[in-house]
Design a protein around this ligand. Structure first.
Ligand code: 3H9
Length: 707
């Protein structure tokens, strides 16, 4: 028998332990091992019942996601899932009570395996879920058919379209779990299995009959969700889930299962699924830094301090408190401090009002934030995050003070988004301890944490930062110290093209619509109206003062003219759009076209009608070309890191896989030929990234076939 499943007999119950660390994923061979072990138990005269349990910290976290890469065609997928369906049916037909004992997670194929068991028992803290949709697929091992038979269509639809796991007590109330086990899970599961031994008519989930009323209500739930489900344009998987559940409501099990297999096959070969699977692994890889070995000592952050209680500082302090880490919050005077605290309170109170936070949790979390106007207590903290104004002299002064008041092993992090970390790191006297922790606004919500390595940052400070990032529920990505780091450096090219397209004749609403049709939650101009036009303008002013620009190429004057007019965006009631008092509805403003026409005239550009395809092609090509430079310069370790940064930092549609992955789906040859065409049309600032040229010449891709 395979090592994947251990077999033993306890109290006349066959105990089958799935053992495939770290998460018992159903890899090649594991399905088969379960199949063989169940058959053995079925035939074993020493066993009256069977328990299926996971070794280690979890039951089964799903099918091995790597396996989907091998399914190159729809036919291959159909053939494979027919085998899986037949296997699950064999388990269901074993003839002795088969009990799944769940701890940790039963996700995806893991939950489907449990559904094919006759009973499910779980620890109270276990979770069950169908997260396939987050990978661009649907439950493909019977989940669309068996789950609604256990818990009804409504919950099955919810679980399989939002992909969020459900806690065991709720799953029990809904009929997914039969019993919650207090104490030792295996003991409880064996006792449960023994109590069912000798049962006549073992309950098979596939035979649960749906009465006419339940079917009708289920079909209605499917129809309602189909018309109301909000997904970025082009996303297919959630709708395939709905189709699958609807089939369960209207067709016998066998036919419904066939429908599931077809829907699964369509999804698994889609670009949407390839993109989402790529991001699943890219996200986890981003936490692995090539030259920082796994065993690099990473410190524990038990208490922290944040300097600066403005928008960013306040949000960062909230992130620490939300993670249960006590944090000192320092401001220069009481007025600024109280203003910062009031914003934090307002944010939490709004969460309480929306029912997302209990009053008790609010008070407990708020209690972890200790306001101060002095450095008292800084000698005891493990990390300080500096979030003062973006001014080099102020940063230098702050880091000199921090160097004096903190312990030598304290991590000194800066939330700067524009300044050179190496320049102020020296002031601390401990540049090895200094690192960038670039949060995105609002810092308590946005998941991306760009961890910026300075020239002298020590490896253990990098390792500590990555570990801490995860604890703060962020997605940490380690990048190098160049202007704008990775996120904002690439954003500058995205915005450059948006500005130039406007001058050349496209309109603000058109450009925004093209990007939202592509799947972004908001286009470049809508986004800038939210973030504040003044923010970018001040960065441009600073750069001009040191003789630099944000992106190669012509600098549009239009955003600076808006800045001079005091049109900062939503906060001033006007920016790229107009806003009525108290409303966020974007109203197009003819003034923008006038400003764009004036700018075009000054640059001698004849304005023209620009079609949507050109807008998308130019903006995404600018991103990919600059991304290739970032990679080649070593500021990002992998193309996937850039994808993760852009998806989490700027809402690049996940089903497109990120800007580098998207470029690969377009074809690097096409991307390069576009750059060359734009160079001929617009000028040398459209210079192909050498890495892009090399890859095309060598027929290689950014991922070497990882997708
Ligand atoms: C499916 O089941 C389809 C079915 O309908 C059947 C169709 C026929 N496969 O996240 P972590 C790796 S689709 C392969 O850091 P955590 C992960 O890459 C699947 N590998 O740990 C990482 O590797 P490394 C549906 C997997 O404690 C390591 O395990 N299931 C898989 O923060 C640790 O992972 C899902 O979508 C997998 N299924 O979180 C669940 N899962 O160390 C996906 C994990 O080399 N998994 N790995 O970087 C998760 O959501 C989280 O991993 C979990 C643990 C919550 C389980």
């Amino acid at each position: 028998m395979s090592d994947f499943v251990k077999y033993s007999i306890q109290d006349r119950v066959a105990v089958l332990t799935i053992d495939n660390p770290p998460v018992n994923a159903l890899a090649q061979g594991v399905w088969e091992a379960v199949d063989q072990a169940v058959a053995r138990a079925g035939a074993d005269p020493e066993a009256d019942a069977i328990v299926l349990i996971g070794a280690g910290t979890t039951f089964v976290a799903g099918a091995d996601i790597n396996v989907f890469k091998t399914l190159k065609t729809r036919e291959q997928s159909l053939e494979r899932s027919a085998r899986t369906h037949a296997l699950l049916k064999r388990l269901e037909d074993v003839g002795k009570p088969l009990v799944a004992a769940i701890h940790g997670n039963a996700l995806g194929g893991g939950l489907e395996l449990a559904q094919a068991c006759h009973y499910r028992v779980a620890t109270a803290d276990a979770k069950v879920g169908q997260p396939e949709v987050l990978l661009g697929i649907i439950p493909g091992a019977g989940g669309t058919q068996r789950l609604p038979r256990l818990c009804g269509a409504e919950l099955a639809l919810q679980m399989a379209t939002d992909g969020k796991p459900v806690a065991a007590p709720k799953a029990k109330a809904a009929g997914i779990i039969d019993e919650i086990v207090d104490g030792d899970l295996l003991k409880g599961a064996i006792a449960f299995a023994r109590s069912r031994a000798g049962d006549h008519g073992i309950r098979k989930t596939r035979e649960v009959a749906l009465d006419a009323n339940a079917s009708r209500a289920g079909v209605e739930a499917c129809q309602r969700l189909r018309s109301s489900f909000k997904a970025p344009k082009g996303v297919r998987a959630p709708f395939a889930v709905i189709d699958g559940v609807e089939a369960a409501m209207t067709l016998p099990f066998e036919q419904g299962s066939l429908r599931e297999r077809e829907l699964f096959a369509d999804c698994v070969v889609s670009t949407e699924s390839k993109a989402l699977r790529h991001l699943f692994f890219a996200e986890r890889d981003a936490a692995k830094v090539p030259d920082v070995p796994k065993d690099t000592p990473a410190g524990d952050i038990k208490c922290a301090a944040v300097v600066g209680a403005g928008t960013m500082g306040g949000g960062i302090a909230m992130s620490y408190a939300n993670a249960g880490i006590p944090v000192l919050l320092k401001e220069v005077d009481d007025v600024a401090l109280q203003r910062g605290l009031a914003t934090i309170r307002k944010n939490y109170e709004s969460s309480v009002a929306k029912g997302r936070l209990t009053q008790q949790a609010y008070e407990r979390t708020m209690g972890l934030i200790t306001p101060t106007t002095s450095y008292d207590g800084f000698a005891g903290v493990d990390i300080v995050v500096e979030a003062v104004f973006e001014n080099m002299d102020l940063k230098k002064k702050t880091f000199a003070e921090l160097g004096a008041v903190t312990r030598p092993d304290c991590v000194l992090a800066s939330n700067t988004s524009t300044l050179d970390i190496d320049e102020f790191a020296q002031s601390s006297g401990r540049p090895g301890q200094v690192i960038g922790h670039h949060f995105f606004s609002p810092a308590n919500i946005m998941k991306l944490l760009e961890i910026v390595r300075g020239r002298e940052t020590s490896k253990s400070v990098v390792a500590t930062s990555v570990k801490l990032g995860k604890r703060l529920a962020k997605v940490p990505v380690v990048v190098g110290n160049c202007f704008g780091f990775v996120a904002n450096r690439m954003l500058a090219y995205y915005m450059r093209e948006a500005y130039l397209l406007l001058e050349e004749g496209a309109t603000v609403p058109q450009i925004d619509r093209v990007l939202t049709d592509f799947g972004l939650p908001v286009g470049p101009y809508g986004m800038q109206d939210i973030a504040g036009i003044d923010v970018g303008a001040r960065i441009r002013q600073y750069l001009a003062s040191i003789g630099k620009t944000r992106a190669e190429g012509p600098q549009s004057e239009v955003p600076d003219r808006l800045f001079e007019m005091g049109r900062y965006g939503q906060k001033t009631g006007a920016g790229w759009y107009k806003y009525e008092a108290g409303s966020r509805e974007r109203i197009p403003d003819p003034l923008i076209d006038q400003l764009a026409a004036e700018a075009a005239a000054k640059r001698g550009i004849a304005r023209r009608r620009i079609d949507d395809d050109e807008i998308l092609a130019r903006i995404t090509t600018a991103l990919a070309n600059e991304g290739a430079r970032v990679l080649e310069d070593g500021y990002a370790s992998r193309a996937g890191d850039i994808d993760v940064i852009y998806c989490y930092g700027f809402g690049f549609p996940r089903h497109r896989g990120g800007p580098m992955f998207y470029a690969e789906t377009v074809g690097l040859k096409t991307v390069l030929s576009r750059v060359e065409e734009y160079r001929a049309r617009f000028g040398d600032y459209w210079e192909p990234a050498p890495l892009l040229e090399r890859m095309v010449a060598e027929g290689k891709g950014f991922y070497d076939g990882a997708a």
